[in-house]
Design a protein around this ligand. Structure first.
Ligand code: F6R
Ligand code: MG
Ligand code: MG
Length: 371
């Protein structure tokens, strides 16, 4: 059976105004490039979206993951959009394109990427999550809830095809190592790692045992790129993206969305230096304003049909999430009241990846021994 690959690749190539959102001219330029690639047969389908100041390219194709052609297309598209951003003097034009030239694979070059290849089922619902003003570890909590928490996902208890649980691929993004953990058997070990979300990040989830989906096929994939590790300096907070398949032996659409009813705390927000609530918003509110935030997440829903991404459903455009948004506003107030104090400001180890060390350098010579 023919496989389809879904690639979600994003970059901040210029904000309007400041770091709040993406200008329509950039999306129009990206659409031009995507349309050309579709006409040439490289893409089956595509959607150009934005999450805050990040330009999002969602593509379906038959080239597999890590395809040089697809990554190259995304890179060229971001370059073309950067030209537009420079002409409009948008803020931070081209900021996420950290290298001068594309060299075969977009990973490690600045943009964030989530990809999955699988055999399309009779019905293939797919959710693309896109976050702004936070980091890849921000997906640990919801992905854990979706695939391992029976209080979130009733199917883990009720549906025999999900009853054996899932396998989590966790990356240590600092040491560049990975480990596979089976749940529910190794649930406590999984939590021991992923609770430390700045170091351990869920990269992929796989089915197991009773699942109708083959064990080697990912059912979720998350971007893990950290700009600091590539650039060696602060360049924003690595706003992450994720792809999640749903239904028919996988968590239902509603189980996939349910974790976002809690505006849980993530790191990022202003200057990538603060903890704050993540707010689930419809596309029209995907613009980071208050204190450059609060961090936001959008969810785009699709049915994959013969490789085409049939959509888009704006999944958080629902009054059922109004209370979560209100709560996020209240938590934002409470956190903001702490000003520069922890735990609103990130702990010292994480501040190393911000612009604070440059400020502290000035005080270095003034420290005296206490005894
Ligand atoms: C956070 C973010 C913003 C900027 C802030 C300062 O990820 O992008 O909060 O850090 O607006 O931006 P610059 O240094 O560009 O003035
Ligand atoms: Mg920006
Ligand atoms: Mg951003």
């Amino acid at each position: 059976m023919e496989k389809i690959t879904i690639s979600l690749i994003k970059a901040d190539v210029g904000g309007f105004p400041g770091h709040s959102t993406v200008r329509p001219e950039l999306k129009a330029k990206a659409t031009e490039w995507m349309e050309k690639a579709k006409k040439e047969g490289l893409l089956v389908s595509y959607h150009v979206l934005n999450a805050g100041d990040d330009l999002q390219l969602l593509m379906s194709h038959r080239k597999g993951v890590d395809s040089e052609e697809i990554h190259g297309l995304a890179w060229e598209t971001f370059e073309a959009a950067t030209e537009v951003a420079k002409e409009l003097k948008l803020h931070g034009a081209g900021q996420d394109l950290l290298v001068d030239a594309f060299s075969g694979n977009i990973r490690g070059m600045g943009p964030g990427i989530a990809e999955m290849e699988f055999v399309e089922r009779g019905s293939e619902p797919l959710v693309a999550f896109m976050m702004d003003k936070t980091e890849p570890g921000a997906f640990n909590y919801p992905i854990y809830k979706i695939f391992a928490d029976p209080f979130n996902t009733a199917g883990l208890v009720i549906d025999p095809t999900m009853h054996d649980g899932f396998v989590f691929e966790v990356w240590d993004i600092k040491e560049k190592k990975k480990v596979f953990l089976k749940c529910p058997e190794e649930l406590y070990s999984l939590l021991a790692l992923i609770g430390a979300k700045s170091k351990y990040v869920i990269k992929r989830v796989f089915p197991k045992g009773s699942s109708p989906i083959p064990e080697e096929e990912p059912v979720a994939s998350i971007s893990t790129e950290k700009l600091f590790f590539t650039a060696g300096r602060y360049v924003g907070k690595d706003d992450p993206v994720a792809l999640v398949r749903a239904q028919g032996g996988l968590p239902a659409l509603g189980e996939v969305l349910e974790p976002f009813s809690l505006p849980y705390l993530v790191s990022g927000w202003m200057r990538g230096s603060h903890n704050g609530p993540i707010m689930p918003v419809p596309f029209k509110y995907s613009q980071c304003t208050r204190f450059d935030g609060p961090p936001r997440v959008i969810a785009a829903g699709f049915q994959v049909s013969h490789g085409r991404l049939v959509g888009t459903a704006d999944l958080f455009d629902d009054p059922a999430f109004d209370l979560s948004r209100k709560k996020a506003g209240e938590i934002a107030d409470y956190m903001r009241a702490h000003g520069p104090f922890e735990p609103h400001r990130l702990p010292v180890e994480e501040m190393e990846y911000t612009t604070l060390p440059d400020v502290l350098k000035k005080l270095e010579g003034r420290f005296e021994d206490t005894e």
